[in-house]
Design a protein around this ligand. Structure first.
Ligand code: FE2
Ligand code: FE2
Ligand code: FE2
Ligand code: FE2
Length: 421
C-alpha cells in the first residue's frame, strides 16, 4: 500500500506540473509531517497508515477543468492560489470514497482546510473536526506558508512566530505541542528537505506486512481513473467507458476473475500519464503541430513510469505501456512490433481506440459503431492492430449494445487524422 501510494503521489505531481509548471513535493511533505505528529500523539498504527494515504491524496480534486470553471482561466502562479478553490475539498473527498482505508476517514479530506477556530471553508470548529483533518490542515498550511522544503534551520524565527500566531486559531494547542516535540529532531528537519522523503516515510510508517488484494488494488485504481477522467470534459468518460468495454471483451474471451480484474485496472490507469499533458494540447481543435504530437505521445511513457517500480504489477504495467504500440512497429513510445505485443496489450490497444472514437472530441462528434469499425478494420488491414480482436469486437459490441447488423472488413480510405485517445 505504501509503495503504491508513493508511486501514485508522483502522478498527482503531474497535475501540479501541468497547472503550475513546477512540482513542489507538497503532498509528500504534508504526509511526512502528518505521520510524525500522528505517531507523537499515539494514533493507532492503522490511523498512521491512513493519514499518509489521506495526506498524499488530500488535494487530488485539483484539475485544470475545475480551475478553469472557477477562475475563468485567470493565471495561477502558486500552489497557495489553488488551495483557495473551495471545491477541491468536496471533489477530493468524493474521489476517494472507495479507497480501501483501514479506519473511518469520513470527512477527513473534506475538512482539510478547516481551522480550529471555525474560520475554515465549512465553519466546522474545534474537536468537531476529525483529528486526522486537524493534523492535515495544520501540516498543509505550515508547509505552504513557511515552505519547509528549503532552509528549515534558517527559518526557525519564522516558524516560531507562525506557531505563536496560530495557536488555537489554525490548530489546537495539543497538536501544536506534538509538532514542537517532533520538529526538535534533527532528522525531521533534514527529511523535509526532500531528497530522502520517500525513505523517511517508509522508515516511519507502521508496517503490517499486508499485501494488497486485486480487489483492493481495483478500488485504488478506480480512484485514479476518476482523477484522470476529471482532467478534461472531452475525456470525462474515457476510463469508465474503457472499463465497461474491456470487461465485456474479457468475458467473451473467458478470462478468469483475476485476469479480468487486471485488465480493468489497466483500463483505469492506462492514460494516467495524460495528467502531465496540458489541456491546451489535449483540447486543441485545429491540427496538432509535430511538437504538440510529441508531447501527447509522452503520456504512454509517463503512465508506465508511475507504476513500474511496483512489484507484482509487471503484467498490468506492460499492457499499459503498450497501449499505443502498433503491430508493424510504428507505434509509441517504444516502436515495438507484433512479436513483442502480447494478447492483452493488443486487446487494450484495440478497445482503447474504439472507446476514443465513441467519444466527442474537440474536432469531431462521437462516431457510431459502424463508423468506428470502418476505421478499426482499416487499421487492422494496415497491420496496425490485431484483426481477430477487431472482428470479435465488431460482433461482441454489436450484440452487447444492440446494434442491428455487424459489419465485416469494410475498407475505406481515411483522410482525416484522428486521435487514438
Ligand atoms: Fe487543499
Ligand atoms: Fe494542500
Ligand atoms: Fe493513451
Ligand atoms: Fe486511452
Amino acid at each position: 500500500m505504501t509503495e503504491l501510494l508513493l508511486a501514485t503521489s508522483n502522478i498527482l505531481y503531474f497535475v501540479e506540473m501541468d497547472i503550475l509548471g513546477v512540482t513542489s513535493n507538497h503532498s509528500k511533505r504534508v504526509a511526512y509531517i502528518s505521520l510524525m505528529i500522528a505517531l507523537e500523539i499515539n494514533l493507532s498504527p492503522e490511523e498512521c497508515v491512513d493519514i499518509v494515504g489521506l495526506s498524499i491524496l488530500h488535494d487530488n480534486g485539483f484539475s485544470e477543468k475545475l480551475l478553469y470553471e472557477r477562475l475563468k482561466g485567470d493565471h495561477i502562479k502558486r500552489l497557495g492560489d489553488l488551495e483557495q478553490v473551495e471545491d477541491h475539498c468536496n471533489n477530493s473527498e468524493e474521489n476517494i470514497k472507495n479507497f480501501p482505508f483501514m479506519t473511518d476517514v469520513k470527512n477527513v479530506i473534506k475538512y482539510h482546510h478547516e481551522r480550529y477556530d471555525g474560520t475554515g471553508f465549512f465553519s466546522v470548529k474545534g474537536e468537531s473536526i476529525p483529528i486526522m483533518a486537524q493534523i492535515i490542515s495544520f501540516a498543509d498550511t505550515i508547509d505552504l506558508l513557511v515552505n519547509l522544503k528549503e532552509n528549515y534551520i534558517e527559518k526557525e524565527e519564522k516558524i516560531n512566530s507562525f506557531l505563536t500566531e496560530q495557536k488555537n486559531k489554525l490548530v489546537s494547542e495539543y497538536i501544536l505541542n506534538a509538532f514542537q516535540n517532533v520538529r526538535s529532531n534533527t532528522s525531521f528537519q533534514l527529511d523535509l528537505k526532500g531528497e530522502f522523503l520517500d525513505k523517511a516515510l517508509k522508515r516511519n510508517i507502521p508496517y503490517f506486512g499486508k499485501e494488497l488484494s486485486l480487489k483492493d488494488l481495483r478500488s485504488i485504481s478506480k480512484v485514479f481513473s476518476k482523477i484522470i477522467d476529471c482532467k478534461s470534459k472531452f475525456t470525462s468518460m474515457h476510463s469508465t467507458g474503457l472499463v465497461e468495454k474491456i470487461s465485456i471483451m474479457a468475458d467473451y474471451y473467458k478470462k478468469d476473475n483475476d485476469e479480468k480484474t487486471k485488465l480493468i485496472i489497466a483500463a483505469d490507469l492506462h492514460d494516467i500519464g495524460k495528467l502531465a499533458i496540458p489541456n491546451s494540447i489535449l483540447e486543441k481543435t485545429s491540427r496538432l503541430t509535430e511538437k504538440e504530437f510529441e508531447t501527447i505521445k509522452a503520456h504512454a511513457y509517463y503512465s508506465r513510469s508511475c507504476l513500474e517500480s511496483l512489484e507484482g504489477l509487471e503484467d498490468i504495467d506492460e499492457w499499459i505501456a503498450n497501449h499505443h504500440e502498433k503491430l508493424n512497429g510504428t507505434g509509441y513510445p517504444n516502436g515495438l512490433s507484433s512479436d513483442k505485443l502480447n494478447f492483452n496489450s493488443r486487446l487494450l490497444a484495440c478497445v482503447d481506440i474504439y472507446q476514443a472514437l465513441k467519444e466527442d472530441r474537440p474536432y469531431r462528434k462521437s462516431l457510431s459503431h459502424e463508423q468506428c469499425m470502418v476505421i478499426l478494420y482499416h487499421m487492422a488491414n494496415d497491420s496496425l492492430i490485431d484483426s481477430k480482436i477487431t472482428n470479435d469486437m465488431d460482433i461482441v459490441f454489436a450484440i452487447n449494445f444492440k446494434i442491428s447488423v455487424p459489419r465485416r472488413c469494410i475498407i475505406s480510405p481515411i483522410n482525416n487524422k484522428f486521435s487514438e485517445d
